[in-house]
Write a protein that binds this ligand. Structure first.
Ligand SMILES: Cc1cc2nc3c(=O)[nH]c(=O)nc-3n(C[C@H](O)[C@H](O)[C@H](O)COP(=O)(O)OP(=O)(O)OC[C@H]3O[C@@H](n4cnc5c(N)ncnc54)[C@H](O)[C@@H]3O)c2cc1C
Length: 471
């Protein structure tokens, strides 16, 4: 570990600073983390970062790249894909941040692809796959297995999510649920993330109770499977697989929390340790965190397992804004970044109080170095390192330097304490990886065509839809 980073964390632990001093120290620690990350960057990572920086300064190119990677994988029909690429190029133009040869190749490919799509489209799709391979994992058995092995060998633990757009019907919900159940049977999968909207298609707030009951029936299937197919870590003791409920729209918050609590209160699941996400951009999230903490403490006191809350800022701001403007409502999330950041820290501080952290373990999920630094110091200040871990998205620029133990010791975890009660709690850094949803047995080009243009405001989240993850 970088000695300066280690020293800052150790000082905070032995001599806890005031709130203001801790904030100032977090800024210095963020700078140290950034310098260390840059020092360790290899040439491939530098090139990747330069490309992402180029994309950020090319709004049209960003839009085109997102649309291309979102839509080019949907159909298995080369002619259909060629058609879609032509349409996207006409709409957005060639991304300016692409290298010259890439711009020419894309234009040429699109033209020639109209005539011989079977020959040209596979090259375009292969190139896109190569470009996104660090953020989207393959779902093909052989590739996924070797990827998981590789990452485990580096000491990184992976939380898997399945990519996919919003589901429209119960047949597709069943297929998604089955693919999660299948994923849980794999001995190399330790942790998956699931969104309730990916396993139940008919969410209806007017029928809150009926919707919760449906979600509960799907959660029971998932939790049962997680308990049946245990994961055996390198250290030895088998543990049930971990399932985290990701959060998407504000609409889903209270439904997800209700189903989560009610199922975990059932005798069959009392000993099962599960997780849920709370989004700091919602003013409701801190009160919900307090309620969940009170409930979790009571559950632990009754002999139940602990739970875990992953704290994120929230990825669906654009969608929430559109939703609010449609109905002429006030938007559900805070309206300023400062409010969101303050709530994130409020939730971290509350979650790191030792009496709370022992019952509700924390996943600190962010790519903001200031928040990561703040999280490192806050958990050290309250001495709850074994209950609070860091989670990031696989392949994102901060991921490689920040959490991987071999790179930045500051993020590596304290080994779990010998206290048996918490021995199943991994105190590690997680990377969440999105994998492509395995294709349905039969593909339907009509459906993919009709879905290629989601209604305004839907499917616009920065956080991929579907059930996959990081943490
Ligand atoms: C491991 C992991 C798991 C995740 N799981 C989920 C999940 O289940 N559900 C989910 O929604 N997201 C999830 N996210 C995404 C997360 O919510 C954030 O969108 C993302 O991490 C960016 O936030 P940041 O702290 O990294 O960066 P920052 O740049 O510090 O924060 C960006 C965030 O600030 C907020 N923000 C920015 N501008 C404004 C504004 N004007 N008004 C209000 N808010 C603003 C938004 O929430 C935005 O996403 C996850 C992220 C990670 C790393």
């Amino acid at each position: 570990m970088n000695p300066q980073i280690a020293q800052r964390i150790a000082n905070t632990k032995t001599n806890p600073p005031s709130d203001d001093a801790l904030a100032a120290e977090a800024v210095l620690l963020a700078a140290d983390l950034l310098h260390e990350a840059k020092r360790q960057q290899n040439s491939t990572e530098k090139a990747q970062q330069a490309k992402i920086a180029g994309m950020m300064e090319d709004p049209n190119g960003k839009l085109m790249t997102m649309a291309l990677s979102d839509q080019a994988f949907r159909s298995h029909d080369p002619a259909r894909i060629a058609d879609q690429i032509k349409h996207l190029l006409a709409e957005h133009g060639v991304p300016k941040y692409f290298a010259n040869w890439e711009q020419i190749a894309l234009q040429l490919g699109s033209m020639v692809g109209q005539y011989i799509p079977q020959l040209v489209v596979p090259f375009i799709v292969a190139k896109l796959r190569a470009e996104t391979k660090s953020v989207i994992l393959p779902s093909e058995e052989k590739e996924l297995r070797s990827y998981l092995q590789e990452r485990r060998a580096t000491g990184t633990r992976l939380n898997l999510n399945q990519l996919g757009e919003a589901i429209l019907g119960e047949e597709e919900a069943r297929r998604r649920l089955d693919s999660y159940l299948q994923l849980l049977t794999r001995p190399d999968v330790e942790y998956i993330s699931v969104k309730i909207s990916s396993v139940f298609s008919q969410i209806n707030l007017v029928d809150f109770h009926g919707t919760v009951e449906e979600i509960k029936s799907r959660l029971r299937e998932l939790y049962r499977q997680a308990m049946r197919y245990e994961f055996v870590p390198a250290e030895g003791t088998a543990v049930p697989k971990f399932i985290n409920l990701d959060m998407e729209e504000y609409r889903d918050l209270h439904l997800t929390v209700a189903a989560f609590q009610q199922v975990l209160d059932e005798p069959e699941f009392m000993k099962y340790r599960a997780g849920i996400v709370l989004q700091a951009y919602l003013p409701d999230s801190h009160p919900v965190q307090r309620e969940l903490t009170t409930w979790a403490k009571a559950r632990v006191a009754r002999g139940g397992a602990t739970i875990k809350i992953r704290i994120v800022k929230g990825a669906n701001l654009a969608m929430e804004k559109v939703e609010a403007s449609w109905h002429d409502w006030a938007q559900a999330p805070y309206t300023t970044k400062a409010d969101v950041d303050a709530n994130y820290k409020r939730m971290l501080i509350y979650g790191c109080q030792p009496e709370n952290a022992t019952a509700v373990h924390l996943g600190i999920a962010s790519h903001n170095l200031f928040d990561l630094a703040y999280g490192l110091l806050i958990r050290a200040k309250y001495g709850v390192e074994q209950y609070a871990e860091f989670e990031m998205l696989e392949g994102w620029p901060t991921t490689k330097p920040a959490p991987c133990k071999r790179r930045l010791g500051g993020f590596s975890s304290t080994p779990p304490s010998s206290n048996k009660k918490i021995s199943t709690a991994p105190s590690a850094t997680w990377c969440a990886g999105w994998m492509r949803t395995p294709p349905p047995k039969t593909s339907c080009t009509t459906c993919s065509a009709s879905r290629s243009a989601p209604p305004v405001g839907r499917g616009k989240s920065n956080f991929p839809r579907g059930g996959a993850a990081a943490g």
